[in-house]
Design a protein around this ligand. Structure first.
Ligand code: KG4
Ligand code: ZN
Length: 311
């Protein structure tokens, strides 16, 4: 059975996996740089690239050992080639090219966003068409119409901050550590009370989070509302905007299922609220929501190495 060695280094995770052609993850190791960036309040591209370079060999060694395999046993090398922090992407791409050259195995370039969409294959083994896919991460808030395997159409995207970025910025304003998403979720879960925060409501499928972020900043500055209430109100508004666009797309198009992927998709409140909608909903397994090598391997297998570029 074919096996792919898959490499993801587009931001601050050095993640390598070995995936077989039935989307089984034989092994995956991830070195997260989150502890480095906690004290800095966010990712510094130069430091991220250096860390990828320093950690690459040991992560690679661990993933091969864990699977009990050598380069001889893998059939191709898959790697994220865009989009992402250029210096970080470059480290993975150079390492992958080197392995491919030395082992004479094909190099398969994978778009990171297609990788997130394909993270669903690691649990469901198939993607149903036509369907919606909402990609919510630190860099993207994209709504896709998945018409067929060859046709992923971008319906809408954020016009300012990505939702994960808004979570991170709001957390920073509240003195919470990076990454902000899990910390805001935890704080919000302490309370039921919410304030009705105004959000920019674009009429099309596009999203906007900067207005919400400014409203939260004003609330924090006034210093009279409890932090947990602010966190809960921010989260409710942020999720409501996602729900509105999914409902709108479902009303206008033939939609058999909605997939929600990316780092923010592991948020339990988001999963709970979206699951209430009258649309079958799927989320990746928790370990495949954020950036990971396995989704890059899954995309390479699904698309048979074809380099599909989407926005
Ligand atoms: O997909 P990902 O690992 O990296 C990117 O490609 O951006 O997503 C990282 C983002 C960060 O902004 C982080 O705060 C957010 O995902 N995130 C969350 C949660 N866990 C991670 N946001 C909300 N709730 C969470 N539980
Ligand atoms: Zn990502």
């Amino acid at each position: 059975m074919s096996k792919i060695l898959a490499i993801e280094t587009s931001c601050d995770d050095t993640s390598i996996a070995i995936v077989d052609e039935d989307y089984n993850v034989l092994s995956m190791k991830t070195n997260s740089q989150v502890n480095i960036f906690k004290s800095l309040g966010g990712v510094v591209p130069e430091i991220a690239a250096r860390s990828h370079s320093n950690n690459f060999e040991s992560v690679l060694g661990d993933v091969l050992n864990d699977a009990g395999l050598t380069f001889e046993d893998v059939d191709a090398i898959a790697v994220t080639n865009e989009p992402g922090l250029m210096s970080s992407v470059f480290v993975g791409l150079c390492e992958a090219k080197m392995i491919s050259l030395l082992t004479a195995k094909p190099l398969l370039r994978v778009n990171h966003l297609v990788g997130h969409i394909c993270s669903i294959l690691l649990s469901e083994k198939t993607i149903v068409y036509p369907s919606l896919c909402l990609l919510v991460s630190g860099g993207h808030t994209n709504l896709y119409y998945l018409k067929s395997k060859d046709d992923f159409q971008l319906l809408g995207e954020t016009k300012d901050d990505a939702i994960g970025e808004a979570y991170d910025k709001v957390a920073k304003m509240m003195g919470l550590e990076y990454p902000g998403g899990p910390n805001i979720e935890k704080l919000a879960s302490e309370i039921k009370e919410t304030l009705d925060l105004k959000v920019s409501n674009l009429e099309d499928y596009n999203f906007s989070y900067s207005g919400l972020k400014s409203n939260v900043a004003n609330l924090i500055d006034r210093g009279i509302v409890e932090k947990s209430v602010i966190a809960n109100s921010f989260q409710e508004s942020a999720i409501n905007q996602l729900m509105k666009k999914i409902i709108m797309a479902d009303n206008n198009m033939d939609v058999k299922r909605c997939y929600v992927v990316g780092g923010v998709s592991q948020n339990m409140q988001l999963q709970k609220k979206l699951s209430l909608l009258d649309i079958p909903m799927s989320f990746p397994k928790q370990e495949y929501c954020g950036d990971n090598g396995a989704m890059i391997g899954a995309a390479a297998i699904y698309l048979k190495g074809k380099n599909v570029s989407i926005k």
